[in-house]
Ligand binder design. Sequence first.
Ligand SMILES: Nc1ncnc2c1ncn2[C@@H]1O[C@H](COP(=O)(O)OP(=O)(O)OP(=O)(O)O)[C@@H](O)[C@H]1O
Length: 330
Amino acid sequence: MTDPVLSVRGLVIDFTGRPGRRALVQDVDFDVSRGQSVALIGESGCGKTLTSLAVLGLLPPRMRVSAGSITLGGVDVLSAGERTLRGLRGRTIGAIFQEPMSSLNPTMTVGDQIGESRRMHLGESRRTARARAVELLDRVGIPNAATRARAYPHEMSGGMQQRVMIAAAIACEPAVVLADEPTTALDATVQADILTLLEDLRRDLGLGVLLVTHDLGVVADFCADVVVMYAGHVVERASAKKLFHAPRHPYTEALLRAVPQAGHARTTLNVIPGRVPAGGALPTGCRFRPRCSYAEPCCAEPQLGAVNDDAHFTFCDRVAAGELVLGSRS
Ligand SMILES: Nc1ncnc2c1ncn2[C@@H]1O[C@H](COP(=O)(O)OP(=O)(O)OP(=O)(O)O)[C@@H](O)[C@H]1O
């Protein structure tokens, strides 16, 4: 694997407001290299979106990175000024969000929007940028690209709008794209098409892909590596192969049990009891403890977090110490 394009180390994101400062994301570590697809997964409220907004240098007001580092293409995102960040967004990292209509400009044709990005970042002429926009629309699978380049976003279906977003995200040939729930708003068949497109681009262009999702079913087919987040922490990080065959953290196991299996009756689906704690109300010790079917009194003690082997990190001290083997409780 080449050097990472995106590197996140010891990331802590604080929220300042009532009832005082609190860490919503803590000690998050992961890398994305060119050509590598990494999933950031967890239920709603686990801190995936805040982590990805921090990567883009776009944290909302009252949110602040208080510790750790983020580098994009070797540039320190946290100390970068707005001008540098604007350059990084587009040239080094492209972003794709859940709702294409909230990111696309409704008053510009899709061709002009994609072209504008190339004019701004690469200094291309209007004519060259427009021609390149048509090529990009064709590359992301939009039929009759030259004609569709003159359409406005609202004249397209949700799936086509998402393809336009992807064309815009890769317009300036970034090294990595961040896709935050890119298919959640789409029909199941369109979802698969969009994920297949991202996978093709990863392979053909050597793009790094950071896929933010709550859907483990999506991850199994499209990502080589997985980072599982729970209540602001990374609880497990491993290759998808290891994680799906032999999860080590009880939360990952519970997530896997909640994924519908083809051919199984709906009644076999396990729902994880309870909910993700809100930022201020964290339990002592392991944050997953109140919902964990393996929990013991010692889980209320501070957890150290441990790497079980080089490529498989699990934030469960009992698993790390060999005291807990998953599957022993239903
Ligand atoms: N603007 C905000 N103000 C206050 N708290 C926030 C804000 N944004 C997020 N949070 C809190 O930060 C925590 C992490 O939220 P985040 O949106 O990153 O989670 P997520 O895993 O991406 O969930 P989702 O999939 O629903 O976006 C949650 O407890 C959430 O309530």
